[in-house]
Design a protein around this ligand. Structure first.
Ligand code: KIV
Length: 264
């Protein structure tokens, strides 16, 4: 069944866990949608994962649009969320509304923005324009330089309070859900119990209303940095390596192509 923005709030009320995975391409999105994942996120993690960028900062609006269109062609039931890249929503309200609107024209049904209280006015403006917004607080990778690296957030009393304030402020502004990234489990629990919109955790423990992971991480396809919160469900890299080595060997020794692969 098609997942909609209001369904997610209902899922929280019904204490039904929400699932979200990143997706960047058509073939993978077909499979994920078929499996029944609630939300497909065209994350700006596409930068490091797909394009080999050092971090998410170089990702452009055009790149997210391109991948959003590809994923949109594949998905039938999952809610499609486009991640707004760095500088696509910080410069002016006008630019932000336009760039977020372009994502909806490309097939996304919502956008995700990093930030708390400081983006609340923008969230209000976007939701008034009919653009559903997913918030993202805790470790916000687009602020990697101001945070001094990829660090767990909310460990001190001051930063715990700030996270709660940010979550409340986003909820008041109209977000329909909030991603909590790399936050201690007890802080994520407190936020989840404080706000009425669903929280979707990544490295935020067991009490969030849902969980999100990067698809390449759970499939064992990304061999770079692997954070503690990732669960690898299958190790595809060695399987691919084996298949490719077999192909090379088959071609070199004449075992491929066989008669069944030939046109006559
Ligand atoms: O870009 C991304 O993949 C994300 C998720 C990790 C939430 O923002």
């Amino acid at each position: 069944m098609k997942v909609t923005v209001p369904d997610l709030i209902d899922k929280k009320k019904a204490k039904e866990k929400i699932t979200m995975l990143t997706a960047y391409d058509y073939s993978t999105a077909l499979i994920l949608d078929r499996c029944g994942v609630d939300i497909l996120l065209v994350g700006d993690s596409v930068g490091p994962i797909f394009s080999g960028y050092e971090n998410t900062l170089p990702v452009s609006t055009e790149e997210i649009l391109y991948h959003t269109k590809a994923v949109n062609r594949a998905r039938k039931n999952a809610l499609l969320v486009a991640d707004m890249p760095f500088l696509s929503y910080q410069v002016s309200f006008e630019e932000a509304v336009k760039n977020c609107g372009l994502m909806l024209k490309a097939g996304a049904e919502a956008v995700k923005l990093e930030g708390g209280q400081e983006i609340s006015d923008l969230v209000r403006r976007l939701t008034l324009s009919g653009i559903p917004v997913m918030g993202h607080i805790g470790l916000t990778p687009q602020s990697v330089h101001s945070m001094g690296g990829y660090k767990v957030q909310g460990k001190t009393e001051e930063s715990r309070k700030k996270l709660i304030t940010n979550a409340r402020s986003l909820e008041e502004a109209g977000v329909f859900s909030i991603v909590l990234e790399c936050v201690p489990e007890n802080v994520a629990k407190e936020i989840t119990e404080t706000v009425n919109v669903p929280t979707i955790g990544i490295g935020a423990g067991r009490y969030c209303d849902g969980q999100v992971l990067v698809i390449n991480d759970i499939l064992g396809l990304f061999e770079g940095f692997r954070p503690k919160f990732v669960k690898k469900y299958v190790d595809l890299a060695p399987l691919i390596e084996n298949a490719v080595k077999n192909f090379i060997d088959d071609v070199k020794t004449g075992r491929f192509p066989e008669e069944k692969h030939i046109f006559s």
